[in-house]
Design a binder for this molecule. Structure first.
Ligand code: ATP
Length: 307
């Protein structure tokens, strides 16, 4: 690549330039989107198993890994409860592995905007092959690849995807996220398709502490010193996204009254709202039961022990 000319070592700047060159390639590809400003892995609270798995594979696409006798990983599927860090984790892979991340929008594949769905899908995978090494993020994979429609475009797309997953030699790592896992076809979940299937559950108390710390530090560094432990205790059943949103609401209360945020603001917000998991208890229980048999827990501890 021309950006390497006259450069003795690969630096962060060169990597950024390289990612930008790759971004140019996909400008024509309307169904692929280059994902900017991906978070660091330490911006994820909890999910230690998943983070550990990713850290161990940080050099998975290097020649040294091949020389060591390791095959390159194909991909991972992250499923689970909404707002608990699936998207965040996928984005963080890009920062951790220093690989560009491209999001494939399955809704656009079927929209016809890029021509017939199967052709658009096949072209997107070929483009990804040409962009390697790279990460392909298939968001809500179940909305485009499911077992409800086995005929027509959906069936053919599933077939094409499975073959590509099996046979592609390029260094493209697939990171798929899913909410409605019951819609995913069994073929996709069979061993060997994805390297691992992770289940992301509601955060446990220790994870909620981390989430509080991360978001308070990000938004209001002065508030890092808050006593987080009781806040983490009273937010049993809250997702990371809900904790973040509640912190923002509490900050607005304080901002509006022209004063600094206090721990009390946070307590007030958390004690007068109910997390989604309370009303969606049955649905979350079903997801958990499904995951127990088919996926690996992304966290080291289980929220089920707290409930
Ligand atoms: P959905 O299925 O609804 O798309 P998701 O599981 O992909 O949800 P994210 O988009 O990753 O959820 O989370 C939304 C936001 O909530 C994140 O951008 C982040 O700010 C916050 N958040 C969620 N989980 C965590 C976490 N474990 N650590 C830190 N922040 C988190």
């Amino acid at each position: 690549m021309k950006i390497f000319h006259g450069k003795a070592a690969i630096t962060v700047n060169i990597l950024e330039e390289l990612h930008m060159e790759k971004k140019q390639v996909i400008l024509k590809e309307v169904i692929l989107e280059y994902v900017h400003n991906t978070p660091r892995i330490d911006e994820i609270g909890g999910l230690e198993h998943l983070k550990d798995w990713l850290k161990k594979r940080q050099r998975a696409f290097t020649p040294e890994a091949r020389k060591f006798g390791l095959d390159q990983p194909k991909g991972l599927l992250v499923m689970g409860v909404s707002g608990c860090g699936k998207t965040l984790s996928v984005k963080a892979i890009s920062s951790l592995w220093s690989l560009p991340l491209f999001r494939l929008d399955m809704n656009l594949v079927y929209s016809g905007i890029a021509g017939p769905a199967e052709e658009a899908f096949a072209r997107a995978l070929k483009t990804m092959d040409s962009l390697a090494p790279a990460i392909l993020w298939i968001d809500e994979i179940e909305s485009g690849i499911n077992d409800k429609v086995s005929e027509g475009a959906t069936g053919r797309i599933l077939g094409y995807f499975l073959t590509w997953m099996q046979e592609h030699q390029s260094s493209v790592f697939v990171a798929a996220t899913a909410n409605r896992i019951d819609l995913l076809p069994a073929e996709l979940l069979r061993r060997g398709r994805f390297d691992q299937i992770f289940f992301v559950d509601l955060p446990v108390e220790k994870e909620r502490e981390d989430i509080f710390r991360i978001h308070l530090k990000k938004r209001a560094p002065g508030f890092e010193g808050f006593n987080i432990t009781p806040l983490a205790k009273i937010t049993k059943g809250w997702s990371g996204a809900e904790i973040e949103q509640a912190i923002i609401s509490a900050m607005y209360e304080a901002f509006n009254e022209k004063r600094a945020l206090s721990e009390d603001d946070l307590f007030k917000i958390f004690s007068r709202s109910v997390p989604l998991s309370t009303t969606m208890y049955e649905q979350i229980k079903k997801i958990r039961e499904w995951a127990q048999r088919r996926a690996v827990r992304a966290s080291v501890a289980s929220i089920a022990a707290e409930i």
